[in-house]
Design a binder for this molecule. Structure first.
Ligand SMILES: Nc1ncnc2c1ncn2[C@@H]1O[C@H](COP(=O)(O)OP(=O)(O)O)[C@@H](O)[C@H]1O
Ligand SMILES: [Mg+2]
Length: 334
C-alpha cells in the first residue's frame, strides 16, 4: 500500500469486512469488470460501495433506483432552456465521462430500455451510446459499474443477457447469522460482522413465531421456508440436521452463555462450516436460503423494537431474543 492508498483508507467510511469482498472488488476494478451485489436491505451494500470508492480514490455517483427508472433518467435528456434545448447528462453519463464508480442502488425492476443501455457498458466494449446526441462515450479505466439488488427482486438478473451477466463479478451479502442460530440474548447493535456467515437455520425463530401466538402469517413464513427446500427434503429433515449440530459435543461448550464472549475453536469452525454446507445443499437453490428469509424478519422486527425503546428506555441496554423478536413480528403481521 503506498502513501496515497493509505490516505484513501483513512478517509474511507468505516466498513467491517465479512469475507474477502474488499479484495474481490479491487480485483474487479483492476480487471475493469462490473460488480453485482445481492443482499437484503440494511446488510451493508451501500456502505461497502462508499467504502470501496473512497479506498480506490474514485468519485462515486449513486443512483437510488425505483420501479420506473428509465434509460433517459440514467443517460440524460434534452432540457428546454432560455437558449433553446440543451443536453443534460444523466448520472450514468456523468460517471462515464468523469471515470467515476456508478452505483445503481437496489435496482427493483429492470426495464428493457435500461438494460439496453447497460449492456455495452458492462461487456468488454465499455461504451455508453447516447442515442439522442449520437455520442459514443468510451469509459475511461477509472469507470466502474456497480449494481445492487435485493434477493426479493431478481428481475434484473433475468433481463440481462447471459453473456453480460457472466461478466459481472457477483457478491452475495447477508446478515451474519449468529443471532438466528443461538437462542441467546444479544445486545441491540448490528450483527457482529467478525463472525463468519454460515447458512444455518433459524429454528428458534420459527418455533418462537408459533409459540408467541403466530397465526396465519407465521404459518405462511413456515410454508415460504419449506418451499425453498430441495425436492424430497422436509422441514423436519432440515431441523433434524440443525438440532444435531447444536446438540453435538463440539458445540456444547459454546452454549454456556455465561462464558460469552469466547473465541471460536477449530473443531467448532470445522463442524459449523460442514453443517452449513450440508444445510445449503438441502435447498433447491444454494443462493436462496431459509436463513436469508429469516434474517430479513429479524431486521424487520429489531428496527421498531429499537425505536420503541429509545422513546422510553427500560434500561441502558435492551437485550433481544427470538421470543421478543417473534412477538414483535406477530404484532406487526397479526
Ligand atoms: N460491514 C459493515 N461495516 C460497517 N457498517 C456496516 C456494515 N454493514 C452495515 N453497516 C451499517 O449498517 C447501515 C446500513 O447499511 P447499508 O449499507 O445502508 O445497507 P444496504 O445498502 O445493504 O441497505 C450502514 O449505515 C452502516 O452503519
Ligand atoms: Mg443501500
Amino acid at each position: 500500500m503506498d502513501h496515497s492508498e493509505q490516505q484513501h483508507l483513512v478517509n474511507a467510511p468505516f466498513y467491517a469486512e465479512q469475507a474477502g469482498e474488499v479484495a474481490l472488488f479491487e480485483h474487479a476494478f483492476r480487471q475493469r469488470l462490473p460488480v453485482l451485489i445481492k443482499g437484503p436491505t440494511g446488510c451493508g451494500k451501500t456502505r461497502f460501495v462508499e467504502h470501496m470508492a473512497a479506498r480506490l480514490g474514485r468519485p462515486l455517483v449513486t443512483v437510488s433506483c425505483h420501479d420506473d427508472l428509465s434509460a433517459a433518467d440514467l443517460v440524460g435528456r434534452h432540457l428546454i432552456g432560455e437558449q433553446g434545448t440543451v443536453w443534460a447528462d444523466g448520472p450514468l453519463a456523468r460517471a462515464v465521462r468523469s471515470g467515476a464508480i456508478c452505483y445503481l442502488d437496489e435496482v427493483v425492476e429492470a426495464r428493457k430500455d435500461t438494460t439496453v443501455v447497460l449492456h455495452p457498458l458492462a461487456d468488454d466494449r465499455r461504451v455508453l451510446p447516447i442515442e439522442r446526441t449520437g455520442e459514443q462515450l468510451v469509459a475511461p479505466p477509472g469507470f466502474m459499474l456497480v449494481v445492487s439488488y435485493n434477493p426479493g427482486y431478481q428481475n434484473l438478473l433475468k433481463s440481462l443477457k447471459p453473456s453480460t451477466r457472466q461478466r459481472f463479478v457477483a457478491l452475495s451479502f447477508g446478515y451474519p447469522a449468529p443471532e438466528l442460530e443461538r437462542p441467546a440474548v444479544r445486545e441491540v447493535t448490528r450483527p457482529d460482522t467478525r463472525e463468519p456467515r454460515v447458512a444455518l437455520l433459524g429454528r428458534p425463530l420459527l418455533k418462537a413465531l408459533h409459540k408467541e401466538g403466530g397465526g396465519a402469517w407465521a404459518q405462511a413464513q413456515w410454508r415460504a421456508s419449506s418451499s425453498l427446500l430441495a425436492d424430497g427434503i422436509s422441514m423436519d429433515d432440515l431441523m433434524g440436521k440443525v438440532d444435531a449440530f447444536h446438540a453435538s459435543e463440539v458445540m456444547r461448550p459454546f452454549r454456556n452463555f455465561d462464558a460469552w464472549p469466547m473465541s471460536n475453536a477449530p473443531a467448532q469452525a470445522e463442524l459449523t462450516i460442514r453443517t452449513s454446507d450440508e444445510v445449503q445443499k438441502m435447498h433447491k437453490d444454494p443462493k436462496a436460503l431459509i436463513t436469508d428469509l429469516l434474517s430479513a424478519l429479524v431486521i424487520e422486527a429489531t428496527g421498531p423494537l429499537m425505536f420503541g425503546e429509545s422513546a422510553a428506555p427500560a434500561g441502558p441496554v435492551l437485550w433481544l431474543n427470538h421470543d421478543i423478536i417473534a412477538r414483535q413480528l406477530n404484532r406487526l403481521h397479526g
